[in-house]
Design a protein around this ligand. Structure first.
Ligand code: NCD
Length: 351
């Protein structure tokens, strides 16, 4: 896969080699993300962050990732603040914004809108989430987290057993992650959703056609008992036709420490793309799990910076330069620091 100058619109663009390349570059980013070293490889470059839907993590971590590589960030954070509110088309906005930027990250409430924008853009566009369709950078950081967590427990992505829980119908992070998992070998997938919020048939068919084991459950307890990873999601209330319909599903599945202890294997990793809905009526991931060392949600958000730095470095063709510096850092650290003072790579802090 050739990343240089490419849009990242869907995980369908990836094969295993491309994913491994992103992960290798993300590994190189650790000393820069931890502020142990500085790089200015993207000095003078401008990222335009165009977010037409609420976002905390995705927008800020893309921005931080660009800043950490030395670039500058411009933000449009709501439709009302842009000329789209005056009736400007995506076509015109793309033509204008790509004249001001070297790369654009866009989130939009409509499926397919980011791809439409990218058709006119003269600079690479990264999909930061388009409606209920896809969220490619989230899926890459989720898979990077799965790889790290499972490696720390002696496993690999191949042969993984994973339960995806909650709103699998509208959850774009789930859609992209399932498509990426389909590229690996012998994945055992447990899809745990209330009736009516099942994953799209096209995605489950793709998994089955590639020889993976797909199990659908409507009971939380059944779906979570024999897996390595629990991937919990919130009800995507903004995608439902009415608020009343979203309310019917709220709070149906709630994972807490008691259910985890009773039904899960020891050291089962808990993930969530966040935000978790902590309002009393929802609480799909109870805060009483916060002290559980297998709760990987904040390692996941930290990994988001590494993976997004990697995407920028690959698309803007500076990955090699960063790699040289990272290799130098590793060499100096190994040479100069007595073993007992060496900082371990940040990993799971369980056991
Ligand atoms: C996800 C999204 O926007 O799709 N959030 C995120 O980017 N981390 C998941 C969600 O909103 O539930």
């Amino acid at each position: 896969m050739d990343f240089v100058g490419s849009h990242i619109l869907s995980v369908d663009q990836f094969e295993r080699g491309g994913i491994e390349r992103v992960f290798a570059v993300a590994d190189d980013m650790a000393p820069f993300a931890r502020r142990e070293r500085m790089t200015r490889v993207l000095a003078g470059a401008i990222l335009s962050n165009m977010f037409f839907e609420p976002s905390t993590r995705t927008r800020v971590s893309f921005g931080c990732a660009f800043n950490l590589l030395g670039g500058d960030v411009r933000e449009i954070a709501e439709v009302g603040a842009s000329s789209i509110a005056k009736g400007e088309s995506l076509h015109d906005t793309a033509r204008v914004m790509s004249g001001y930027s070297d790369v654009i990250v866009m989130r939009h409430p409509e499926a397919g809108a980011v791809a439409e924008f990218a058709e006119t853009s003269r600079v690479p566009v990264i999909n930061g989430g388009d409606g209920a369709n896809e969220h490619p950078s989230q899926a890459l950081l989720d898979l990077y987290t799965i790889r790290t967590e499972i490696a720390a427990r002696g496993g690999s992505i191949h042969g993984l057993r994973i339960a995806l829980i909650g709103d699998l119908r509208y959850g774009r992070a789930v859609h992209s992650l399932l498509k990426l998992l389909a590229l690996f070998d012998r994945i055992e997938v447990h899809l745990v959703s209330p009736p009516g919020l099942e994953a799209p048939a096209g995605i489950t068919r793709r998994l089955a056609e590639r020889g993976h084991e797909v199990n659908e459950h409507h009971s939380l307890e059944q779906g979570i008992s024999h897996v390595d990873i629990l991937y919990v999601t919130r009800t995507q209330e903004e995608r439902f036709p009415t608020a009343a319909e979203a309310n019917r599903y709220r709070g149906l599945f709630r994972l807490n420490q008691e259910i985890y202890t009773r039904h899960c294997e020891p050291n089962t990793v808990i993930m969530h793309p966040l935000p978790r809905d902590s309002r009393p009526a929802a609480q799909e991931l109870d805060e009483d799990l916060n002290a559980n060392p297998n709760l990987a949600i904040f390692r996941q958000t930290d990994n988001g910076v590494l993976v997004r730095m990697a995407l920028f470095a690959l698309i803007l063709d500076v990955a090699h330069t960063v790699h040289e510096t990272a290799a130098q850092v590793r060499w100096f650290t190994a040479k100069r620091t007595p073993a007992r003072f060496r900082k371990e790579a940040r990993g799971p802090d369980f056991g």
